[in-house]
Write a protein that binds this ligand. Structure first.
Ligand SMILES: Cc1cc2nc3c(=O)[nH]c(=O)nc-3n(C[C@H](O)[C@H](O)[C@H](O)COP(=O)(O)OP(=O)(O)OC[C@H]3O[C@@H](n4cnc5c(N)ncnc54)[C@H](O)[C@@H]3O)c2cc1C
Length: 588
């Protein structure tokens, strides 16, 4: 079984030393969230994740969720753990105190999300979509609906789901067939089938609040005719008590490669009572509130799984002896720990430098998200929102793709013991593999980035981002200059690639489409590099106060700048070869 120690020190380093966003620090809401308070929260979070939730990962993999007489049963231990989890208030961490939440910023809840993803992604998914649904209802529903549903969701007694996918529509939601017929009392009756619904049913909560997209009878075809509906498993009475069972049944649950403890359900809606949320035919806009925040959280899933894969690889490489290191001249046939081999060390540093850089980037993005939601100056809010919209597909796709790379690398370090089941490494690989697919596939994230996020109605977001990085790199500090020089070289490559892709968007969409994944990687590498640059600034400035910690940071960054960021070269030259030879090829 895998072991896990939550990286509280690294998280506290970010919280104490990189909370330097002026606009974030202006938010009154979070003035009382002191480092001491955050440290207490993270230490408690570490305990529950390491002790209670980590063992559920293996349990859920070996005894997956099942459907029994129409009811989903979660794996052994999940019910007891969920009870404790909600009693301790973990579902409510970032929710509004008005509805019983603890009002913590995303800078803190993102750390918790990472720990929970490391401990057990399957268990995490039972509450993850509840928070997404909470955010969506909080943004778009009437006060009456919010008061009726949110307190129970924040408490964790009711959960939430996101019902988009249907047999004929995944990426292209405009094809959906689920119908909503308006009733005389203003409610709707929904009929249709949704598939792949995470936590569509379970035995952990008293009620499930489904957020469903559907088309009402008089709405146009395509995405412009989609509305959003709240459809509870049990109808909720005026006084908040539970009424009759609604017309929703679980057809089956999927048998999957990974996250087997999570119930992925086929849901049949048969004249189920629903309430429209937000304006008619604008359902996708409302749903995007949920999906955008969710995409960042899915990126964090990739980060969390990468962290536990790295930790276990490091331990193993210090325990497993094979072959002689290049320093070992003995002739007695003794072998060295595999951590002595340059190739293994390179793999470990690859993992570590990507993970720590991603965590720093995620911390920056969490601050931007809070500014975009809460600042009282509209212009500042909008600018932050633009950065969030630029970086959301990057975090979702880059972190989860790196999760695939890192879990695969971990398996490689474990050799045959990584491929067999005992050590739990192959499970990390399988569990992570869904993250590049759900919440919009990574290719679709890349296309979204290239075609919609670089330039929008507020102007040229990517140029603004590039200029911000460029300004910071103009440093006279001798220690950090070599890093600034390398990052500058790759920033120039990003600039060239950006001009190329902007031109192709106008004149050759296939070229742009075929280059999208590479472009996302290049921007991801620059963004992680820039996050490392910020970490380095603190590491050099504050060096004497925590030498060992900062030396470790500097050396890890050194690896990233020498061995990881140069991947940009190959992404650029491959992508800029165009797409004619791809589109002209005739598949047999
Ligand atoms: C375990 C699991 C949990 C899930 N949970 C939920 C959930 O809670 N709620 C929910 O609604 N859905 C959920 N999903 C569905 C998931 O979001 C979809 O599977 C995903 O969005 C992709 O849709 P699809 O499977 O239909 O693939 P398709 O859309 O058919 O895509 C197939 C391939 O074509 C590519 N592609 C599609 N369009 C384009 C394009 N325009 N240009 C280039 N390439 C393109 C895709 O990248 C992909 O590689 C879940 C799925 C799984 C497996």
């Amino acid at each position: 079984m895998t072991t896990y120690t939550a990286p509280v020190d690294d998280m506290m380093f970010l919280y104490e030393k990189l909370r330097n966003n002026k606009f974030y620090n202006e938010l009154d809401k979070y003035k009382d969230v002191s480092p001491d308070l955050v440290k207490n929260i993270l230490e408690e979070a570490a305990k529950i994740n390491q002790n209670l939730i980590l063992p559920l990962a293996k349990a859920g993999d070996e005894q997956p969720a099942i459907l029994e007489n129409g009811v989903v049963r979660t794996p052994p231990g999940y019910k007891e753990a969920y009870k404790k989890y909600i009693e301790d208030g973990w579902t409510s961490l970032s929710c509004d105190p008005k509805y019983g939440g603890q009002g913590m910023p995303k800078t803190v809840s993102a750390f918790f999300d990472e720990m929970l993803s490391s401990a057990s992604l399957s268990f995490k998914l039972y509450s993850e979509l509840s928070i997404g649904a909470y955010n969506c209802i909080n943004h778009h529903a009437t006060d009456d609906v919010k008061e009726r549903y949110l307190p129970k969701m924040v408490e964790g007694k009711w959960s939430g789901t996101m019902c988009l996918t249907e047999p004929v529509c995944g990426t292209d939601l405009g094809l959906l067939k689920t119908k909503a017929i308006e009733q005389n009392d203003g409610t709707y009756k929904l009929s249709g089938q949704k598939i792949f619904i995470t936590s569509g049913d379970q035995d952990l909560t008293e009620n499930i609040i489904h957020l469903v997209i559907a088309r009402s009878a008089d709405s146009p075809a395509g995405t412009k005719g989609i509305s959003l509906f709240l459809v509870p498993k049990f109808v909720v009475n005026e006084d908040g008590s539970l009424g009759p069972r609604n017309g929703i049944s679980t057809g089956s649950i999927e048998s999957k490669m990974g996250i087997k403890g999570s119930a992925t359900c086929v849901l049949n809606f048969d004249e189920a009572v629903g309430y429209m949320i937000g304006p008619k035919n604008k359902g996708l806009n409302s749903m995007f509130t949920m999906m955008n925040l969710e995409r960042i959280v899915v990126g964090i899933q990739g980060l969390g799984i990468s962290e536990i894969a790295y930790q276990n690889s490091l331990i193993y490489s210090k325990e497993r002896k094979q072959g002689k290191s290049n320093k070992n001249n003995s002739t007695n046939g003794s072998a060295d720990f595999i951590i002595e081999h340059a190739d293994i060390r390179k793999s470990l540093l690859n993992m570590k430098s990507i993970i720590e850089g991603e965590r720093a980037l995620c911390f920056w993005l969490s601050q931007q998200t809070e500014v975009s939601l809460n600042h009282d100056n509209e212009k500042i809010k909008q600018e932050a929102s633009d950065y969030v919209s630029l970086m959301t597909p990057v975090v979702k796709a880059f972190f989860t793709d790196m999760g695939s790379e890192i879990t695969s690398e971990a398996m490689q370090i474990f050799g045959g013991y990584g491929y067999t089941k005992d050590q739990g490494i192959e499970q990390l690989y399988r569990d992570n593999r869904i993250t590049p697919i759900y919440e919009g596939t990574n290719s679709v994230q890349a296309i979204d980035l290239v075609f919609r996020k670089l330039v929008n109605k507020n102007g040229d977001i990517i140029d603004r981002y590039i200029n911000m990085v460029k300004k910071d790199l103009a440093t006279e500090d001798d220690k950090i200059k070599p890093f600034a020089k390398i990052l500058n070289i790759y920033l120039e490559k990003l600039i060239t690639f950006t001009s190329w892709i902007k031109e192709k968007i106008q004149n050759s969409k296939d070229d742009a489409n075929a280059a999208s994944n590479d472009y996302l990687k290049v921007l991801g590498l620059v963004a992680v590099g820039y996050s490392w640059f910020k970490v380095l600034q603190v590491s050099f400035d504050d060096y004497e106060n925590n030498k060992n910690f900062y030396e470790d940071k500097i050396q890890t960054a050194n690896f990233f700048f020498k061995r990881v960021i140069p991947r940009i070269d190959s992404h650029c030259s491959s992508a800029m070869s165009g797409s004619k030879y791809i589109m002209d090829y005739k598949f047999n």
